[in-house]
Write a protein that binds this ligand. Structure first.
Ligand SMILES: *Cc1c(COP(=O)(O)O)cnc(C)c1O
Length: 347
């Protein structure tokens, strides 16, 4: 077999993933699930699910039935919910796959009832985000009567901020909880968990913080980095004082020095906004990104990294809160943007 190595790799720290989940579970009070939509926020949903299931996580959430199908067969004991519920074209998948829909509208509830499954489903009630979910009035007005609801969910719109909307949604959710029977109630995402035990209910649904994101200051110091992107040096170049690097000649070498060129760009989720901010390290030396990020290639100033050679691996600066603040991208974008050319290596 020929070993064709990619010039990009993503080191994924399973111990950090599990430790993040354990911290979130400890804050959650009762059960703590995991949002693994968007292929586990770009890290690989199947592996994420395996590692978290082994650690004791039982409840997993994906966006669509295609994402659910990609996770089959499910490990015994795991519960999978499909957050976008059931459209007309989802019913075949919803009948065949061992996953629950999260019903999001009166129409979806009617569709599920008409299918006559009688199997448990989850339900989303919108307490003020106006994204997915039945309106509170609909939920209280009889639309859910007689439905076998496993988990009744709502989702916080501003949990990452100190907003009065959080308490408002909590109050609305408590009202729904008193009036609509379900086996369990679930409100909090990663940021919601940090708002305190009132938000925990029976089950929480973190995503971002599992993968190393810090949703609120309360989580700082407790959440570890999981995804470590690395790029191999294609070429080392000497540059002379006054020479420029890259498209648009936006960086000029202040003195004689060296740059290294690596194969990374837009397709890998490494976007233009990293210019002037991004960087990498090699054996403890810092290599600032220089010039523009272009389609497929970028350059780093390696003048201070003596001995660095073609074929060496650079560790990209990818501490999520720091990189988000510098680049203007959200921590979610930084994770989910990591492209398919990164070979994922779980350690
Ligand atoms: C994505 C999602 C989550 C996870 O949110 P994070 O902010 O990533 O923790 C939880 N609940 C629902 C309904 C979601 O769509």
């Amino acid at each position: 077999m020929i070993d064709i190595a990619s010039p990009l790799r993503l080191r994924l720290d399973s111990a950090a993933l599990v430790s993040n989940w354990q911290w979130l579970a400890a804050q959650s009070g009762k059960a703590c699930g995991a949002a693994i939509k968007a292929d586990g926020y770009g890290l690989g949903a199947r592996k994420v699910m395996q590692h978290l299931a082994a650690a004791g996580c039982r409840d997993f959430f994906v966006a669509s039935w295609a994402e659910a199908a990609a996770l089959m067969p499910l490990a015994g004991g795991a519960s999978l919910s499909v957050l976008h519920g059931v459209g007309e074209s989802d019913m075949v998948a919803a009948r065949t796959l061992p996953a629950k829909p999260v019903l999001n509208s009166v129409e979806q509830v009617a569709r599920w009832r008409a299918a006559g499954e009688g199997r448990p489903c989850d339900v989303m009630v919108d307490t003020g985000m106006n994204r997915l979910g039945l309106r509170v009035e609909e939920a209280l007005g009889g639309a859910l009567d007689g439905l076998a609801i496993d988990t009744l969910l709502s989702h916080l719109a501003s949990a990452d901020e100190d907003s009065a909307q959080n308490a408002g949604q909590l109050a609305a959710f408590r009202t729904v909880r008193q009036r609509v029977p379900a086996r369990r109630y679930s409100l909090a995402n990663s940021a919601g968990i940090c708002l305190g035990p009132d938000y925990g209910f029976d089950l929480t649904r973190p995503g971002l913080a599992l993968y190393g994101g810090t949703p609120r200051p309360e989580a700082a110091g407790h959440i570890g980095q999981v995804a470590f992107p690395e790029a191999r040096v294609l070429q080392v170049r000497d540059v002379r004082a006054g020479e420029t690097v890259g498209y648009g000649a936006t960086w000029t070498a202040p003195a004689e020095g060296r740059i290294v060129v690596v194969n990374m760009g837009y397709a890998d989720g490494y976007l233009r906004c990293h210019a002037g901010q991004g960087g990498a390290t090699w054996r403890g030396r810092e290599l600032p990104l220089v010039g523009r990020v272009s389609m497929d290639l970028i350059a780093f100033d390696a003048s201070e990294a003596g001995g660095l050679a073609e074929g060496d691996w650079l560790a990209l600066d990818y501490d999520l809160p720091v990189t988000a603040a510098r680049s203007g991208l959200s921590q979610y974008e930084l994770l989910t943007g990591l492209g398919a050319r990164f070979e994922r290596h779980w350690i």
